[in-house]
Ligand binder design. Sequence first.
Ligand SMILES: NC(=O)c1ccc[n+]([C@@H]2O[C@H](COP(=O)([O-])OP(=O)(O)OC[C@H]3O[C@@H](n4cnc5c(N)ncnc54)[C@H](OP(=O)(O)O)[C@@H]3O)[C@@H](O)[C@H]2O)c1
Length: 285
Amino acid sequence: MIGILITGATGNVGGELIKIFSREAVGGAVAAVSNFAKDANRFPADIERREFDFTRPETFAAAMRGVDKVFLMRPPAISNVRRDIFPFLAYCRRANVKKIVLLSLLGAEKLWFTPHRKIELEILRLGLPYTFLRSSFFMQNLSTTHRDEIKNESEIFVPAGKGKTSFVDARDVAEVAFFSLFGAEHSNKAYQLTGNADLSYYEVAEILSRALGKHISYRDPSLASFIWRTWRSHRNLPFALVTAIIYTTARLGRAGLVTGDLGKILRRQPTSFQEFAKDYKECWL
Ligand SMILES: NC(=O)c1ccc[n+]([C@@H]2O[C@H](COP(=O)([O-])OP(=O)(O)OC[C@H]3O[C@@H](n4cnc5c(N)ncnc54)[C@H](OP(=O)(O)O)[C@@H]3O)[C@@H](O)[C@H]2O)c1
């Protein structure tokens, strides 16, 4: 049986991809987890779990046993991809991996300085067969990173101004990843995955207010107060700075591109923000 290593198996897209393999009863999926002792009961019983850490090459061989396809995501905390991701790509080349489906970033082809573009270029240089999933901002950021402020303060606190974002549902991205792992037609392609609408955070707050039956307001803080508050709650300055840059991109009107790639691949409309809000309602109540 063909094995498929799913990195980021506890994360937004990897976690949803694991659920699809289990739901569709497609064998061969291997959940890569960086801490084997943790998360033992996190996955469905039919999903094999193996220890894997990009920064510990000694974990590669056992994790890759029998594997010939990889769903690859760059952990958000890894910024030095030459040091921390390239060794795994070289390993994939040596192991004759037949396909890498990479979770990338919308517009990565123009963003040469991003870790995502550097990984794309290394995959091309190594001649590994690929599909690049250049994804817009996930709706799930509102149910994870921003969950507490929505739940406890009834507000969204990001410095995006009136700028619009083409939010995409991570579940849709996982579905595209699933098809990309199998369909030959997706080989050596790059997709721009977005939702079906560009929304400002004022509109997002309105949609959430309706779904939750309580008023959620959008506060548009200054960059300085956003960075201060993010640093205070995460104690991680690079994280605070990177998220500030992401929201500034939205503020400047550079995050609103809506494409039809996702709908074409899935042969249906992308999940709307309204549907997402309904499905995740419980996490904010
Ligand atoms: N969030 C967005 O809106 C968005 C949009 C487009 C693209 N992206 C890109 O998508 C990628 C994932 O972002 P995300 O926010 O959705 O994060 P995520 O998948 O929720 O988060 C982290 C994952 O990274 C894994 N991980 C952490 N350190 C690791 C290591 N050293 N070795 C192996 N796995 C490790 C974690 O696994 P363990 O639990 O096993 O440690 C976890 O599954 C990033 O590259 C991001 O830039 C994100």
